[in-house]
Design a protein around this ligand. Structure first.
Ligand code: PLP
Length: 359
């Protein structure tokens, strides 16, 4: 297998994949694939409950939060969150720090009077707006932020205090990468395809009092409280995604939990940033060091004409998916949980060698 630096769908742990492979045709002695089991049968229910327990344990989720296994991608929830949390005419504050928080803001428009309470657009999203500059409305239905901007490579390592207004966080690209104080959030949501499992699954952790909000009539399928009441089985869930997520949670526990992952992720990111910063400008990352993401590292080469040879040579070297997003150009290395230190060591060795050969 190659080293996979894709931003998403992204690398999964090899152990998780091998386990799924080994039990693909006969899951847990049922004589059937897990994909072929009814979501309402006792076998799948047991699997689903265990996955939730493991996730709760990993993140120390307090008892007054529900864990939901939903669908629609994080994008659907950009709209569904305001549908569920805000009444017509009510305001919500958005902290805009890159492509994804911009999208969340735009998609909320039909359901809430979204305000930009802080933005780093003027700095091309190369830093985070300091908390002192946030203009928060204490009457807002919620404050929304994106903890890690997958494209711009900026990440909140410390979550600023927003007072009593519920904090809603898109954690699609950094959930489970480090311990988290769930109690500081009203709602956390994440598309699974980076740090959890296959695409098509969304994990949501939501405080119970927010589920009690009923700002407008909604079809059941759009109402989070309904999904919570039915154990995320209002309709057929993404059973395969739920199963792989469960294997990933077990794998994370076996790695030593989120404190161990945080340490590993810190070392990986430090190694790559040190290579970039130590290259005398050959490679560049434009992000304020205090805001640099540990998960997604965008970088450019000093001469754009080298992009193509860099990508071709990196692929030949078994380093996959380093092409950057078109919004920022250049390269991007995503260093999610399933990317081992060894992969980053291989990348850094390749980058040094490329620099020597194309200096
Ligand atoms: N939010 C963030 C931070 C993302 O990185 C992505 C996808 O890459 C999304 C939202 C959109 O997720 P989905 O494709 O699951 O709708």
């Amino acid at each position: 297998r190659v080293w996979n630096f894709s931003a998403g769908p992204a690398a999964l742990s090899e152990e998780v994949l091998r386990q799924a492979q080994s039990e693909l045709l006969d899951w847990n002695g049922t004589g059937a694939s897990v994909m072929e089991l009814s979501h309402r049968g006792r076998h799948f229910i047991a699997l689903a409950e265990e996955a939730e327990r493991d996730l709760r344990e990993l993140l120390a989720v307090p008892a007054h939060y529900k864990v939901l296994f939903l669908q629609g991608g994080a994008t659907q929830h950009f709209a569904q969150i305001p549908m569920n949390l805000a009444a017509d005419g009510q305001g919500a504050d958005y902290i805009v720090t890159g492509h994804w928080s911009e999208k969340a803001l735009k998609e909320s428009a039909p359901y809430v009077k979204a305000r930009v309470a802080a933005s780093s657009a003027a700095q091309q999203y190369t830093r985070l707006p300091p908390r002192a500059e946030w203009d928060l409305d204490p009457r807002a239905a919620y404050v929304h932020l994106t903890t890690n901007e997958t494209i711009h490579g900026v990440e909140f390592r410390d979550i600023p205090d927003v007072g009593d207004v519920p904090l809603v966080a898109d954690m699609s690209s950094d959930i489970l990468s480090a311990p988290l104080d769930v109690g500081r959030f009203g709602l956390i949501y994440a598309g699974a395809q980076k740090n959890i499992g296959p695409s098509g699954l969304v994990v949501m952790i939501v405080r119970e009092d927010l589920l009690a909000r009923r700002p407008r009539p909604l079809p059941k399928i759009f109402r989070y409280a309904e999904h919570a009441a039915q154990g995320s089985m209002l309709n057929t869930p993404n059973t395969w995604g739920w199963y792989i997520a469960g294997l990933t949670f077990k794998w994370l526990k076996a790695q030593g939990g989120l404190a161990a992952m945080a340490e590993r992720n810190r070392r990986k990111a430090e190694l790559l940033y040190a290579c970039i910063d130590g290259s005398g400008g050959y490679y560049r990352n434009p992000v304020d060091p205090a805001a640099r993401s540990r998960m997604n590292v965008p970088f450019t080469l000093h001469d754009g004409a080298l992009d193509k040879p860099f990508l071709e040579a990196s692929e030949r070297a078994g380093l996959m998916a380093l092409k950057g997003h078109k919004a920022v150009g250049g390269m991007r290395a995503s260093l999610y949980n399933a990317v081992p230190l060894q992969a980053v060591e291989a990348l850094v060795a390749f980058m040094r060698d490329f620099m020597q050969r194309h200096g």
